[in-house]
Design a protein around this ligand. Structure first.
Ligand code: SF4
Length: 326
């Protein structure tokens, strides 16, 4: 680890000022400290924002949800307002990381977390995300865990946040505060696919920080849940996952919100699946026909072709679980 300065600003404006001067924000520290130890990250200045007042959870008028950026993953998962309004969010959080990490890591940090691509974390390997223009070791390397959707010839790393998949399904937005004031951006516009600049991961400006994540109100009654498929049952990232929310009234699907994880360079919103489901009556055939659309456009690599079928089966199973309660 290399030398760095450390400051703990008293308020939001002081934090922004320090961030604008080039300081890097740290809250739970569960990603940044690891990366600093591995010299992947070499910040000259850390700005500790853990003490800022961004820990509120609130149900918004109309029945949406606003979660402060510094609410810990474990507190958000356990919050009764989260559990009752959007169980998919609680479930995604509880299936993430380990209890110790969930106690420290924050909602904002979880969304900002960097990839777990092993080549990204190996400073001797070529990696366009860590060192732009150096190449991508994963393209011809061991790429079993990498993306099949949203990839580019420059980077195929997955975004591994579980709760971001739930937020993506629910059309959440990210609230930001920075030198230019407040703004809000849809999560699907905030998390950037790699394209030709995989080192640029977020639509965030210098000095800006996340203050909250907001889930809009959705038609009720809404059933939702998260399914995660992984190599082992705890402390493991997703090979595939599915976040599903369905509003079913009078035997017809009025609204469908679906996203997949473990397969995309960003949480992968399944627009075609959602569109196919709305207006139809739940049935086993419907779940299968909808899920068949979940891997449209997939570009598997040498070692991750299995994800195409696994994704379809994951989505089909979670549609059935949420749609039929089993
Ligand atoms: Fe780096 Fe992305 Fe390639 Fe991994 S997949 S080595 S993060 S450029």
């Amino acid at each position: 680890m290399e030398p760095f300065s450390y400051t703990k600003p008293a308020g939001l404006n002081a934090a922004i000022a320090a961030g604008e001067r080039g300081g890097r924000y740290i809250a739970g520290g569960t990603t940044m400290v690891d990366l600093m130890r591995e010299t992947v990250e070499r910040p000259g200045a850390l700005v500790d924002i853990a003490g800022l007042s961004l820990r509120d959870v609130a149900v918004t008028p109309g029945g949406g949800l606003r979660i402060g950026a510094l609410v810990s993953m474990s507190d958000a998962a356990a919050d009764p307002r989260v559990r009752t309004t959007f169980p998919v969010v609680s479930q995604a959080l509880e299936l993430s990381a380990s209890p110790q990490l969930r106690n420290m890591a924050t909602i904002g940090g979880n969304i900002m977390q960097r990839t777990r691509c092993t080549y990204f974390r190996d400073v001797t390997a070529a990696c366009n995300k860590r060192s732009p223009g150096s190449g991508c070791s994963a393209l011809e390397g061991i790429n079993r865990s990498h993306a099949i959707l949203g990839d580019s010839d420059h980077c195929v790393a997955t975004h591994l946040s579980d709760v971001a998949v739930a937020f993506s399904a629910l059309d959440a937005s990210v609230h930001l505060f920075g030198p230019q004031g407040e703004r809000s951006v849809a999560l699907r516009d905030f998390l950037l696919p790699p394209g030709t600049t995989p080192d640029r991961e977020h639509a965030i400006s210098p000095g800006e920080l996340i203050t909250a994540v907001e889930v809009p109100a959705h038609p009720r009654p809404l059933r939702s849940g998260y399914l995660k498929v992984r190599d082992r049952q705890s402390y493991e990232f997703a090979l595939t996952s599915a976040a599903v929310a369905l509003a079913i009234r009078g035997g017809t699907i009025n609204a469908a919100k679906v996203a997949a994880g473990g397969v995309g360079t960003v949480p992968w919103k399944l627009d075609a699946v959602e569109k196919f489901l709305v207006g139809k009556k739940p049935s086993a055939q419907l779940w299968a026909d909808a899920a068949a659309r979940s891997a449209d456009g997939a570009r598997p690599l040498a070692h991750n072709g299995f994800k195409v079928d696994l994704l379809k089966r994951t989505v089909e199973r979670q549609l059935r679980i949420v749609g039929e309660g089993r």
